[in-house]
Design a protein around this ligand. Structure first.
Ligand code: SAH
Length: 450
């Protein structure tokens, strides 16, 4: 159990947050992804950039032959000159899709409370790092920082720092503006970050391209709609055995791409398809596996937790690779670099890749997680404190977007890694009666604020 005075402080703080409500970001759209228009670039520029990346890919395919879907996806999303995220990264109202942190500040605030609740449940270590993977516009971290500032008295003796893992120069600029007001230093000599700054509330913030550059230490790792953007391999069962799906030039249509099957097995078909696999089509994201492995190692060694929120499945779905642009599904092979490409996260694969180094919780539905975190109480407080009906309507609308099972409530899942000792006493089997029960991990169980 979280000690009572601390729980009272948390509850008071959570209620107090109502006073600090910022202006709603926008009216949430009817569908989570895709959302709005073609981004902040003129359409003509988007088209020519699309063809620049297509030209690059056509040259590459002519020189080397077909490439894996993973290679294609990596180029389309993060090619250093022309990738979708590198140049555009259309998150938010003016982009191609909208995400939960962009829909409502309440989302990020509850994640902030989640971090503090875990920090308290693990004995309030003297320091913690908040590490966000793929922070988009920086809204989630911004909302969390506001919670930390509201809970300053609880955190007064704790050394907090923020570490953002972001490959997109464009999005890191937007994050810097949101979180520091734009006051950042590029390529600081004193550490491995490519940029550093100080938040509006005085907390140091560092930017990295890779999780391995983030310093070790007790950390909360957050990955919201990050893993679905990582490159996947695709495999098809055939009469001759498993084949990898590849991307090639269409011989019948000039400058057009098409999917083909590898003529024989590839190293990937050998490595990634389990003998007991029953599906006919399988997607695997090895990069997600490597990152989860790194997070599990870090949490096992230094403590903390990881919280992954994404759409996905538990090793059951087949073909989920899709593109989004301009409110619509977009052909994944058309105009690469101009559309968001994404695939559902396979949580069973992530669980497997922890290799038992940590305990895992979930996946559970977003609406269940947010309910456990007390979203209904937060909504009530915000509604009571709001002065006009337009704001009240906006609050109810964004609550519906996050919680409605037909919208984001059932589509998004929460999954966590925590140290084994966080959920089971090491010697519980031997002396079950000698130990006090461990507090539940908030979100996956009740948040103990009462
Ligand atoms: N978490 C945000 C943004 C999600 S979009 C939100 O929910 O609103 C995916 C984010 O991951 C973008 O910030 C993108 O630039 C970043 N990204 C994509 N591939 C990456 C990679 N390989 N390494 C680090 N960041 C990556």
């Amino acid at each position: 159990m979280v000690p009572l005075p601390a729980r009272r402080a948390l509850l008071a703080a959570a209620r107090g947050l109502a006073g600090s409500r910022r202006v709603p970001r926008h009216h949430a759209p009817a569908a989570a992804r895709p959302c709005s228009g073609a981004g902040d670039e003129p359409e003509a520029e988007g088209r020519s950039r699309g063809s620049a990346l297509l030209r690059h890919l056509l040259l590459k395919l002519r020189a080397t032959g077909p490439v894996t879907v993973a290679e294609y996806m990596r180029e389309a999303l993060t090619n250093p000159g022309q990738g979708y995220y590198t140049r555009r990264g259309g998150v938010g109202e003016s982009g191609d899709f909208v995400t939960s942190p962009e829909i409502s500040q309440v989302f990020g605030e509850l994640i902030g409370i989640w971090c503090i609740s875990e920090w308290m449940a693990t004995g309030k270590p003297k320091a913690f790092q908040l590490v966000e993977l793929g922070p988009g516009r920086g809204s989630l971290t911004d909302d969390i920082l506001r919670v930390f500032s509201q809970l300053a008295s609880l955190l007064s003796k704790c050394d907090v720092s923020i570490h953002l893992v972001e490959v997109s120069p464009k999005l890191s600029e937007i994050q810097a503006l949101m979180l520091t007001g734009g006051k950042v230093q590029s390529n600081p000599e004193d550490n491995s970050a490519y940029m550093k700054g100080v938040s509006k509330t005085g907390i140091p913030i560092f930017w990295y391209r890779d999780i391995q550059d983030v310093p070790p230490g007790y950390s909360f790792y957050l990955a919201h709609e990050f893993f679905d953007a990582l490159p996947i391999h695709k495999f098809q069962r055939t009469e001759k055995g498993w084949r990898e799906v590849l991307v090639d030039i269409d011989p019948d249509v000039p400058d057009q791409l098409r999917f083909v099957l590898s003529p024989s097995g590839t190293p990937a078909t050998e490595n990634f398809i389990q003998p007991e696999e029953t599906r006919d089509h399988v997607e695997v994201c090895p990069e997600a596996g490597v990152i989860i492995q790194k997070l599990a190692c870090r949490i096992e060694k230094d403590g903390g937790a990881a919280l992954v929120a994404d759409y996905g499945h538990d090793g059951t779905k087949t073909d989920t690779f899709r593109g989004f642009q301009n409110h619509k599904l977009h052909d994944v092979l058309r105009a690469p670099g101009t559309a968001d490409l994404t695939a559902d996260v396979d949580f069973s694969y992530l669980r497997k890749m922890t290799q038992g180094r940590t305990a895992t919780l979930g996946p559970i539905k977003q609406r269940e997680f947010l309910k456990n975190m007390g979203i209904d109480l937060r909504l009530q407080v915000l509604l009571q404190n709001s002065r006009d009906t337009a704001t009240q309507e906006q609050l109810l609308h964004s609550y519906d977007m996050l919680m409605n099972p037909k919208k984001m409530g059932d589509r998004f899942n929460f999954f966590a890694l925590v140290p084994h000792h966080r959920v089971a006493h090491p010697d519980k089997k031997d002396k079950p009666e000698s130990k006090a029960p461990l507090p539940p991990v908030a979100g996956f169980g009740e948040l103990l604020l009462k």
